[in-house]
Design a protein around this ligand. Structure first.
Ligand SMILES: Cc1cc2nc3c(=O)[nH]c(=O)nc-3n(C[C@H](O)[C@H](O)[C@H](O)COP(=O)(O)O)c2cc1C
Length: 137
């Protein structure tokens, strides 16, 4: 078992494709959120969360939010990263999610990583590199 978890939700597979590459770079355990309880996720030292844009606000990704809210209070002082795929605009949901994390004591790694729809090969390389840097964070 790694001390790093990549936990994601995906509607059509794009954020999953990112998660696979982030986990590869970080040498992390990879779980779709239905595969791991919030309690078990909190056992990891670091967590990278993947969630796509399902609206202008982070909260519109309801399936992910339901799981995430159960562990949010336990993220105190924990090193976390966030990433996800979007369809249009400038990533408003990520700004919203970043602001939400800013109201906690979780330690957010770098700027969130985003890919437009299915990750390109450049996006996949960026995901691997993001994961590598997160593992050293
Ligand atoms: C119900 C729904 C709402 C969406 N709302 C947004 C949005 O507000 N902004 C945006 O950039 N993309 C939006 N998208 C597009 C998705 O974020 C995009 O297709 C993304 O690649 C999906 O990632 P996934 O394959 O990991 O689910 C929406 C998609 C769906 C199905």
């Amino acid at each position: 078992m790694s001390n790093i978890l990549v936990a994601y939700w995906t509607a059509t597979g794009n954020t999953q494709a990112m998660a696979v590459k982030v986990a590869e770079g970080a040498n992390a355990d990879l779980k779709e959120i239905s595969e791991i309880s919030p309690e078990d996720a909190l056992q990891y030292e670091k967590i990278a969360f993947g969630c796509p844009a399902m609206g202008d606000t982070f909260e519109e990704a309801e399936e992910f939010l339901e799981w995430y809210e159960q562990l949010e209070a336990g993220l105190e002082g924990k090193k976390i990263a966030i990433f996800g795929s979007f369809g249009w605009g400038s990533g408003e949901w990520m700004e919203d999610w970043t602001d939400r994390i800013g109201q906690t004591t979780a330690v957010l790694f770098e700027e969130p990583l985003m890919a437009n729809e299915a990750p390109s090969s450049d996006d996949e390389d960026a995901c691997v590199s993001f994961g590598q840097r997160f593992s050293q964070f």
